[in-house]
Design a protein around this ligand. Structure first.
Ligand SMILES: Nc1ncnc2c1ncn2[C@@H]1O[C@H](COP(=O)(O)OP(=O)(O)OP(=O)(O)O)[C@@H](O)[C@H]1O
Length: 249
């Protein structure tokens, strides 16, 4: 893994000149066009923009789910700085599991597991040996704590097909927080929620980002929340623009 501290400066996440294209028939469509972005630890950066402009792709690149064609994606983890753009599949998957919390719309849940077990699996998945009872107990406690924090203490033992769309979205967020990630990438966390619950979930994202010093990228269409963000960007045709909140209102 590369250790390139000098180029990342004070940032926890630093994208430099990132370009990503997808195949489109005989040609290619440019989803991200020379994007550079810095997010500090504990900073919450909102990403807005029209449908199809490249927001989810930006999150996927930052979250080590997709490798860009060009550019670097430097990420500061407790163990050092890695360029996510140059990691192989296995290494990227390990970094995601251990250090990145990902909340995408429709994130997959295992239907046979309860809400609590979905969270516990995040921790147990990475462990090859038999998990000691003390670790299992701590993991369970943390899972219940997080389910409580997202307002689902009473639903811990329900399977995902017994939960509503909004409740599943909250399980997704709780699950992303299980490993105390250094980076959170969150796509439309409030889309399936009413205003009150949406605001509560956003409160949780904000408090987690601050308390755990997680660099946070959050796609939202809900302009009411933008005043709670540290920075606001707009993606238009794959290009990133800094956006003032006044210009978006
Ligand atoms: N897997 C893919 N294969 C081919 N093209 C893709 C793929 N994923 C996205 N695209 C294209 O890349 C561009 C950016 O898509 P992206 O999903 O990042 O936009 P978005 O801003 O998140 O949109 P929305 O707000 O509708 O979710 C679009 O033109 C889209 O059609």
């Amino acid at each position: 893994m590369s250790h390139t501290n000098t180029r990342i400066g004070e940032s926890a996440l630093s994208l430099r000149d990132v370009t990503l294209t997808y195949p489109d028939g005989q040609s290619r469509v440019t989803a991200l066009d020379d994007v550079s972005l810095d997010v500090a630890a504990g900073e919450i950066a909102a990403v807005t923009g029209p449908s199809g402009s490249g927001k989810s792709t930006l999150l996927a690149v930052a979250g080590a789910l997709v490798r860009p064609d060009r550019g670097s994606v430097l990420f500061r983890m407790p163990s050092g700085v890695a360029d996510l753009a140059s990691l192989g599949r296995r290494e990227a998957s390990r970094v995601r599991r251990e250090h990145i919390g990902i909340v995408f719309q429709g994130s997959n849940m295992v239907s046979s597991l309860t809400a609590r077990e979905q969270l516990e699996a995040m921790v147990h998945l990475g462990q090859r040996l038999v998990v000691p009872a003390s670790v299992r107990r701590r993991t369970r406690e943390r899972a219940l704590e997080l389910l409580d924090a997202v307002g689902l203490a009473d639903h811990a033992n329900k399977r995902s097909n017994q939960l509503s769309g909004g409740q599943r979205q909250r399980v997704n967020l709780a699950r992303a927080l299980m490993n105390s990630p250094s980076m959170l990438v969150v796509d439309e966390p409030t889309s399936a929620l009413d205003q009150e619950r949406g605001a509560a979930i956003l409160d949780l994202v904000v408090s987690v980002a601050r308390e755990q010093d997680a660099a946070t990228l959050l796609v939202t269409h809900d302009l009411r929340h933008l005043d709670r963000m540290d920075s606001v960007y707009r993606v238009v045709d794959g290009r990133l623009e800094a956006a003032s909140q006044a210009a978006l209102a």
